[in-house]
Ligand binder design. Structure first.
Ligand code: SF4
Ligand code: SF4
Length: 623
């Protein structure tokens, strides 16, 4: 790690680094002389923040895991208009949260370069939707850059900063999962020297105050800039002809789809020209007109929406070009999910008429495993206690509103405590609606990071409207799902500086929640008592179930070389199956009719040994 950190911030241009695109983006930020970088962690963008949290200080950059994406973009914007290059990055749905200021920032423009990175997730590997954020570039009238590999991720980021400064606009830098998580050789470039360590803001109320009278003029300027940007796109090295065919077929592609296209062309030795687009808003109109004129049949290959296709078909029509265009709108390519070389080959074969070799089916069948909470996860104990309390009180029509985070796994058997989950903070927001429109008891589950991100406003709404619900804040002291990034509840920043932690219970009390309890979820009895009290009282209650993430606990234990595991005393086991069927720690299984604990994955939390889980007290510390 030390060598990696050093290589990431030094100025040697000769040593080739082997990086994920997300790591290359972090290096690009260093090369571009970024002084302020902000984010809210979200896969597939997380490694940018994880890398910057190690190297930012060494490169003179201030880096922050912000409380949410809106705060992150506003923080970065203030740095930019104070003369410091700034970068903000997030997953695609994070840009929805940040979209309100993003639209206004396009109007005001920026001073020092500012890049907004959106990491989109075709096929939804870790997301609730696969929205295509290229539309945000159109919506905001800002330039958009799309790299296809780690080298481009770094190089294009540096170019994006230059572009941002030249046009005084934020630049949308869009990756997708497949690009963000691709690893490859990256040749570092020179680090831009002379960036100011401290910003200075010079006031100009006509520039930065979006009153209607100002915005009216700013909109006109924005459209003028967009026209100028078209010329820039036409001469940009990010848009280029990669390969020339004989003029029968041409492909226009960008991002991850371009990689699949090149694989297929090489595999089938196709006679085809390729126009690769990296600067995708506005499009290089002259280059596209020439490319279409040079090829009789043009195929547009892009993942998700027909974003390029609509624009390119418009360009062709406006310029009265008579080449035939193929794409998604005529059904040759899918509008959902990411592409593979195989899917691209099949679609191309329908257009070009070559025979496709079917990829041999992968004979290695992996066992189907439902996603599970980790062994020792405190959320399991919370879900177990809540389910038991609800059952004891016979609240058969309870509604469980869940949220984004590890605890969304509470959806699965045997807990089944997630009836809804749509976006960050939506558990408490939807609980508001259920409490208003039904007579059922509502329990909202939310994590600590998500609470800070967007759980506080709906809780204020619930207090103000006297709504009856139980809010369970599952506080494991980290943003666990994206890789243990710190949040406002902790007392340190990424490089290890001490910071004041923000108290969830104090927030709840200060906005008027009268019934606030704090429990240790490993103490099932205490948690049961708190939940039953809250369910009985028919009011707004908040329970903070606080216990650190099992992964953090494991790391701390490994340092002390104290490894405790549990085992089942077969003489005492009454074969009631409660530990397997209702508690369901993945370390516990049935083998030959007996209950076994796998010492390789048991992390020694000891919750299964509680009499509320094992009534026969058969689970003991392994000797
Ligand atoms: S002690 Fe029990 S509950 Fe905890 S990890 Fe081990 S088997 Fe699972
Ligand atoms: S809960 Fe205890 S008694 Fe029941 S099956 Fe598990 S180990 Fe045996």
């Amino acid at each position: 790690m030390v060598k990696f950190d050093a290589n990431m911030v030094d100025n040697s241009e000769n040593e080739v680094l082997f990086l994920l695109s997300n790591e290359a983006i972090a290096r690009g930020a260093v090369e571009a002389g970024v002084r302020v970088a902000t984010t809210y962690p979200g896969t597939p963008s997380s490694e940018v923040g994880d890398t910057l949290s190690h190297i930012a200080g060494k490169s003179g950059m201030k880096f922050q895991f912000s409380i949410n994406e809106k705060v992150a973009i506003e923080t970065a914007f203030a740095a930019s208009i104070s003369g410091q290059r700034s970068m903000v990055f997030m997953k695609h749905v994070g840009l929805n949260v940040a979209s309100d200021p993003f639209m206004s920032i396009a109007y005001t423009g920026v001073r020092a370069g500012m890049v907004v990175m959106s990491a989109d997730d075709p096929s939804m590997y870790s997301s609730q939707s696969e929205q295509d954020n290229r539309h945000y570039a159109d919506l905001a009238h800002v330039p958009m850059i799309e790299p296809s590999n780690p080298q481009e991720a770094k190089d294009f980021l540096v170019l994006a900063f230059d572009l941002s400064e030249k046009f005084k606009l934020p630049v949308l830098f869009r990756t997708t999962t497949r690009v963000s998580h691709m690893r490859g050789a990256v040749t570092p470039g020179k680090i831009r020297e002379g960036q100011p360590d401290t910003g200075v803001f010079i006031r100009d109320i006509h520039e930065f105050v979006c009153l209607p009278s100002n915005s009216y003029t700013l909109k006109e300027k924005l459209i003028e800039k967009e026209h100028e940007l078209k010329k820039e796109s036409d001469i940009s090295p990010m848009n280029r002809i990669i390969r020339k065919g004989t003029g029968e077929y041409g492909i226009i592609a960008s991002g991850a789809a371009y990689n699949s296209v090149m694989d297929v062309i090489s595999e089938y030795d196709l006679d085809i020209s390729v126009l690769k687009l990296g600067f995708t808003n506005p499009l290089p109109e002259s280059a596209i007109v020439k490319f279409i004129s040079d090829n009789k049949k043009v195929i547009i290959i892009e993942e998700l929406d027909p974003y390029l296709e609509y624009k390119i078909r418009t360009i062709a029509q406006m310029n009265k070009l008579d080449s035939t265009i193929f794409g998604k709108l005529d059904g040759y390519f899918s509008e959902s999910h990411e592409f593979t070389p195989d899917t691209v080959a099949h679609s191309l074969s329908r257009i070009m008429g070559f025979a496709v070799q079917d990829v041999p089916e992968n004979k290695l069948v992996l066992p189907a495993r439902p996603p599970v909470l980790c062994p020792g996860c405190p959320h399991r104990a919370t879900y177990y206690a809540v389910k038991r309390a609800v059952k004891m009180m016979n609240k058969t029509d309870t509604i469980y509103a869940s949220d984004i985070g590890c605890y969304s796994l509470g959806l699965y058997d045997p807990y089944e405590e997630a009836d809804t989950m749509i976006s960050m903070g939506s558990s408490i927001g939807m609980a508001n609606g259920f409490a208003m429109s039904t007579k059922q008891k509502v329990i909202a589950f939310i994590g600590d990071s998500t609470f800070f991100h967007s759980g506080i406003p709906p809780l204020i709404n619930a207090v103000h409207n006297k709504l009856n619900m139980l809010v369970m804040v599952l506080d494991n002291g980290t943003t666990a799902m994206t890789g243990q990034q710190p949040n406002a509840g902790e007392n340190f920043s990424p490089p290890g500086d001490e910071l004041p932690p923000v108290s969830i219970e104090n927030i709840a009390r200060s906005i008027g929640v009268a019934d606030v309890q704090i429990v240790d979820p490993y103490d099932i009895k205490e948690t049961l008592k708190a939940v039953t009290k809250a369910l009985r009282e028919n009011t707004l209650s908040v329970i903070v179930a606080r216990r650190e993430c099992a992964i953090l606990r494991d790391k701390a234990m490994q340092k002390t070389h104290r490894v405790i595991t549990y085992t089942v005393n077969q003489d005492k086991c009454g074969k009631c199956m409660n530990c397997v069927e209702n508690f369901a720690c993945p370390a516990i299984s049935i083998e030959g009719g007996n209950i076994k604990i796998d010492s390789n994955i048991c992390d020694g939390c000891g919750v299964c040994a509680e009499p509320y889980v094992c009534p026969f007290k058969a689970i003991e510390v392994a000797q």
